[in-house]
Write a new protein. Sequence first.
Length: 456
Amino acid sequence: MTFLKELKNVCPNGFLSKKEDLFVYAHDTSQNPEKIILPLAVVFPKNTQEVSDIAKICSKYGISIIPRAQGTNHCGATRPSENSIVIHFSKMNNIIKIDKENLIAIVEPNVVIGDLNKELDKLNLFFPPDPSNLAVSTIGGAIALCAGGPRTFKYGNTKDYIINLEVVLSNGEIIETSKNIAKNVTGYNLTSLFVGSEGTLGLITKATLKLIPKPQTRLLTLCYFDNLIDATKCVNNIINSGFMPSTIDLLDKTTIQTIEKFNPCNLLIDKEAVLLIELDGFKQCVLEELKILESILKDSNASKIIQAKNDEENENIWKTRRSAFSALTQLKPNVITEDIVVPKSKIVDFVYKIQELSKKYNIIAATMGHAGDGNIHPNFALDLNNKAEKENFEKLKDELFYYAISIGATLSGEHGIGTQKKKYLEDVLNKNAHNKMKEIKKIFDSKNILNPGKSI
């Protein structure tokens, strides 16, 4: 096949085309597909020029391109489509430059966020976006989905820390979206256009990141409640108090019990909810904020307050929080995590709705989320090979999403749309805006070969 030969010539030492090698790239962490589609090939470029050459070949033959890094996507955005190849960015994993004076880092797309922050830590610098899987989550993936995490409440998400991007377009053209400086309103904001676009507009090959000084002190408090209403009222009381924690995360009773069952860490399993509240900043300021926080927690009917004593205890608690997904996998063969952002005033209603639908359709649901910004993550444990269970989950998801839309929610805060949520877009997006988004897609990808069938 001429196409595959040309492709292999670009990446002779990074090319897969045997069926047994391709099978693993037909999946990500999203719900099992009805039909497994193998890519025609997987290529592993080492630099921007090779990505450009691959795009030119694919454009010439009308072959689709699926960008991929770790494949941890929850909504099917990294699955192959018909007549497609996968570009795997694992060989483009260099931290090119950390510029402390200008507070920027220039990195390739497969740099892991956790690894980057280890290097930044040596310089007392900090890249705030904090996906729960930061040990494997890459910069490219975080940009493609505009990832956030617990610290979004105080620091914002990925879009707030991307200064400039090098992008390969569908025809192989290479563009820079801005300059490597903190402020720039010269022309349209192309950088933000690519952030969150799920690989449908271009292939990100380099990113310039905004950095900030590392907070001097971090203090984490575990706060238990006997009911969800008190927990969410507490969130509002904190927000209205005049200071801003770096994180306010919520775990419901099912999540607490599941974590404790499979990863024991002395969580109180009889409580209905727990808030993980982290303060950071200058030590003296944090200690003053802690006094205010403790007063708010007591006034908000907290039934138990536990204060981490040092950085090691902080990290152990966060490891516990991040273990929730893996703990749930012990209950059923499959865990599907959703990502919905609701108005903070509707958090209680939404969590109760999850519990109601969980009972109605007999699906295990464990809910957690970034309560500070209303980003709720219900996790559903089920067996997708069980036809009745799978059908029940589809009904549950439809009811949950349409309920979310009815209360003014949006269907993704950081996981993206992919293939799993496309059918709801017309109900959640303004029709004229949706049409303009489709027009933008045509401008950047006239042949529709960049991650087709995903997102818009």
